[in-house]
Design a protein around this ligand. Structure first.
Ligand code: CP6
Length: 235
């Protein structure tokens, strides 16, 4: 009786070895297929396609001496001409027939006084993981749940206008790390204000100071506050 079982076990072992061998062979075949030039080329093409599907964009921000950009969901300062500069830069498009796009986080959207929402003559895009938390949702042109989603989404609008990322803190942090971020228009306000949201540290090896003919280089002053418009370009 015992040797019958031993014989059966031997037989099972032999079969298992056969199966394992064939399995290993299949693994080898699959591996060589994945590494074949055709598949490699396809993988690369798909990666570069994903890149071109995302729109290039500019970041625009105003930050004070302590890098603050906001306090209690509003601006820490009142600078009318700085606001006019923001509106001019984000509205004027080199392609006259195309509106520019402004992308902002949900809290930035809610910080805009209702009578100025949506920002006029611009396509307003708001980022939020939960659509239901967006205030005054009907005034928003497009909602996306992440910045990469928005960049891919707006690239499909067939709009040749510029794309501007306008804040706030967490959106700036993500935007500055993306290779599609080509320029940063940063207004540097020469005074400290109490703030609870901040502009990220600029990596000066990635972003270099440059100039733009549309941007005044002289120091600005209003309400006894001095500030400068700076422009950085991704190298
Ligand atoms: N950039 C500059 C910005 C803003 C301002 N100046 C801004 C701040 C808050 C909102 C929208 C825009 N992104 N340079 C202030 C006018 Cl809600």
């Amino acid at each position: 009786m015992a040797h019958v079982i031993v014989d059966q076990l031997d037989e099972i072992e032999t079969k298992l070895l056969g199966v394992t061998g064939r399995f290993e062979q299949m693994q080898e075949t699959l591996k060589s297929k994945i590494e074949s030039p055709d598949i490699k080329k396809y993988t690369q093409q798909s990666a570069s396609c994903e890149q071109t599907m995302k729109s290039d964009f500019f970041v625009i921000a105003a930050a004070c001496k302590n890098n603050g950009i906001g306090y209690l969901n509003r601006l820490p300062w009142k600078l009318k001409k700085e606001m006019a500069y923001f509106n001019k830069m984000t509205t004027e498009s080199p392609e006259l027939a195309h509106k520019n796009i402004v992308i902002m986080g949900r809290k930035t959207w809610s910080s805009i006084p209702p009578k100025y929402r949506p920002m006029k003559d611009r396509t307003n895009v708001v980022l939020s993981r939960t659509v239901s938390t967006i205030e005054d949702r009907d005034s928003v042109d497009h909602i996306f749940s992440s910045l990469p989603d928005a960049l891919e989404g707006v690239s499909q609008l067939r709009n040749k206008g510029q794309v501007w990322v306008i804040g706030g803190q967490s959106i700036y942090e993500e935007a500055l790390r993306l290779p599609q971020c080509k320029r940063i228009y940063l207004t540097r306000i020469d005074r400290e204000f109490e703030c609870d949201t901040f502009f990220p540290e600029l990596d000066e090896s990635v972003y270099k100071l440059t100039s733009d003919p549309a941007v005044p280089e002289e120091e600005q002053e209003e309400e006894d506050v001095k500030y400068r418009f700076t422009v950085y370009e991704r190298v």
